[in-house]
Design a protein around this ligand. Structure first.
Ligand SMILES: [Zn+2]
Length: 602
């Protein structure tokens, strides 16, 4: 690991310290000669979170938002984000973000390893962002390439040419190396030019050597604003393990407190946490309401050092503006701005030019819905159209062939031919590495069928294109494998039905791999509906251990399949779309599977 990024970061910090020591701050500010400087100066932050590459306006429920008046409106789309940001920007503005800007993206972005999205955010003027868990979807090495530039090691350069790197800083104070290079600390200290070495050495030893810049400083109106980036410490559970094997994701609060001290050490007292972690809200609330139910995000927002002035959050895709107490009882902002570019969080505050700290009582926040009633930014519209045109051939690339339509409509048992095919592909993709024995796919994740005629090209020869496969599996979920006991697997299958303690709103039949068979009784009481459970034709016993493949959504207890949460020995593997495409590559001509693995009895 080169210290390139870290060095730059520390040098900037050292510079901030030097300027503080020399009393040059005000002289550098906008207080022109002869004028008495104002006691406070205004700062505006405009922030986005969980953009997830939505360059085109997101559709369906992903493209709607409840506004301040309680009305549900269409929201999001890069060109609309750009227009709204321009309207909200003034000379005091810094644009920041809270991660998951990339990863789990539509094909227009995903096909180019999200370079188009990162370029777009740079065009907007975003200056710093926390990394989100999805920034690690393709591994740490790929994240560094996105940050620093260069062509993709396997897929080469995009049609736009060599990637120039992100125009903004990705921050991750709680991402540290498991086994730092022996010279890393020495290099970090050298980067400071001999300043504050003992204090800094102490700080570095307190929590390890960061794998990403932990903090960055930006100047507005002659005052430095320090940003601390944090990502959910649950990241290792929700991204592919191989890509982050050298990294440790430590407690967000502990890391934030060290980063806060680091900023204070160089005289930066206006401190903002950008954190990719958040809470859930009551549905249907105004984006300006504080209906967040105190959870993991609230813990961070209330527990990080009182020197930190506000916490802008992400990850849970919710919109809220809360005032929470800091450890010294002071009030501070804890906010989030939805997802997919549907909301911009605007934060206005004053910084005292003498103390260089945020005047807490001056903080005013507003979540602005990115409506589509404004004129879309023409430059960004052109930019998005360029990538739409570029991705068309990628979408039309053949990945395999089917001999007939493969539908996602359920047979009487609820099992579909396409669900079955996807589960078979998931099993095949997770046997090596994850030791999977069976696979289960959530039916809601099979978005559409595959037709022999093909779409949208309509080839009519059974060819399946990457675009078609991506439309079926658009979520970029991660394949995982966990161990369930036979009894737990039966519980998972019972949880498919309404009437149980998990309160399934309607029956959701998990799509099984072809080697999993069972019977369910429509008339039997909840808890004893499933019988005759077999894997590869062999009866499953309650006590046996079974390696079950499923996507990270199900493994996390999604769709009320809570029994997955009792699983052990989690392994994370490829993206679901990659597993699906690989199945076509391995089986070039696919006959629709017969969905006959589940038997229904009265
Ligand atoms: Zn996230």
């Amino acid at each position: 690991m080169s210290w390139f990024m870290m060095s730059r970061s520390f040098q900037r910090l050292a510079m901030a310290g030097v300027l503080a020591g020399a009393g040059l701050v005000l002289a550098m500010g906008p207080a022109e000669a002869g004028n008495k400087p104002a006691k406070t100066v205004p700062v505006r932050l405009l922030s986005l979170n969980d953009f997830h590459g939505n360059l085109e306006p997101p559709t369906g429920s992903s493209g709607r938002m409840v506004d301040e008046n309680g009305a549900t409106v269409e929201a999001g789309g890069a060109a609309y984000v750009a227009t709204h940001l321009k309207q909200l920007s003034d000379n005091n503005t810094l644009k920041v973000a809270q991660g998951d800007l990339i990863g789990a993206t539509p094909l227009i972005s995903a096909a180019y390893h999200d370079e188009p999205s990162v370029e777009f955010l740079g065009k907007l003027g975003v200056t710093a962002s926390a990394v989100g868990n999805h920034e690690f979807d393709e591994g740490y090495a790929e994240l560094r390439r996105i940050m620093r530039g260069g062509c993709h090691p396997v897929d080469g350069c995009s049609p736009a040419g060599e990637w120039k790197g992100a125009d903004y800083s990705y921050l991750g104070a709680n991402v540290i190396f498991k086994r730092p290079d022996a010279s890393a600390e020495k290099e970090a200290l050298a980067a400071l030019g001999g300043q504050n070495t003992s204090s800094l050495r102490g700080l570095l030893r307190e929590y390890g050597i960061p794998a990403l810049p932990p903090v960055t400083v930006r100047w507005v109106n002659g005052v430095p604003i320090g940003f601390i980036g944090l990502v959910t410490q649950s990241t290792p559970n929700i991204v592919t393990s191989e890509g982050i094997k050298d990294l440790e994701f430590i407690d967000e609060v502990k890391a934030a407190n060290v980063a806060s001290k680091l900023l204070k050490l160089v005289g930066v007292k206006a401190q903002v946490v950008l954190v990719h972690e958040g809470d859930q809200v009551t549905a249907g609330q105004s984006p300006d309401a504080c209906s967040a139910q105190p959870g993991t995000g609230n813990r961070i927002a209330t527990q990080v050092d009182a020197e930190i002035d506000m916490i802008l959050s992400g990850h849970s895709h919710q919109a809220y503006l809360c005032t929470v107490p800091d450890p010294k009882g002071g009030a501070r902002l804890y906010s989030q701005g939805g997802s997919f570019g549907r909301v911009i969080t605007k934060v206005d505050f004053q910084v005292d030019v003498r103390t260089r700290d945020v005047v807490r009582s001056s903080v005013v926040a507003d979540n602005q819905v990115v409506t589509r009633t404004v004129i879309p930014d023409p430059d960004i519209s052109t930019f998005v159209q360029t990538w739409k045109d570029r991705v068309a051939p990628v979408a039309n690339k053949p990945i395999g062939r089917i001999t007939a339509d493969i539908t996602n409509t359920g047979s009487p048992s609820g099992e579909s031919s396409l669900g079955n095919l996807i589960a078979d592909g998931q099993l095949a993709a997770t046997k090596t590495g994850g030791n999977a024995q069976v696979a289960l796919m959530n039916p809601g994740g099979v978005r559409t069928g595959l037709t022999y005629a093909g779409s949208p090209a309509g080839e009519g020869d059974g060819v399946v294109t990457y675009g078609e496969a991506f439309t079926v599996q658009p979520f970029n979920n991660l394949m995982q494998v966990v161990t369930l006991t036979g009894a737990q697997l039966k519980t998972v299958l019972e949880q498919q039905f309404t009437g149980g303690p998990n309160a399934q709103p309607f029956t959701k039949i998990l799509q099984p791999s072809s080697n999993l068979t069972y019977t369910y009784s429509t008339g039997a009481a909840w808890g004893s509906k499933v019988s005759n459970l077999k894997i590869d034709g062999v009866d499953v016993t309650d006590g046996q251990s079974i390696r079950v493949a499923a996507n990270n959504f199900l493994v996390g207890g999604g769709d009320a399949f809570l029994a997955f949460k009792d699983s052990t020995d989690l392994w994370s593997g490829p993206l679901d779309i990659d597993a699906f495409a690989a199945h076509f590559a391995a089986n070039p001509s696919i006959t629709p599977p017969v969905p006959n693995h589940i038997t229904v009895v009265p």
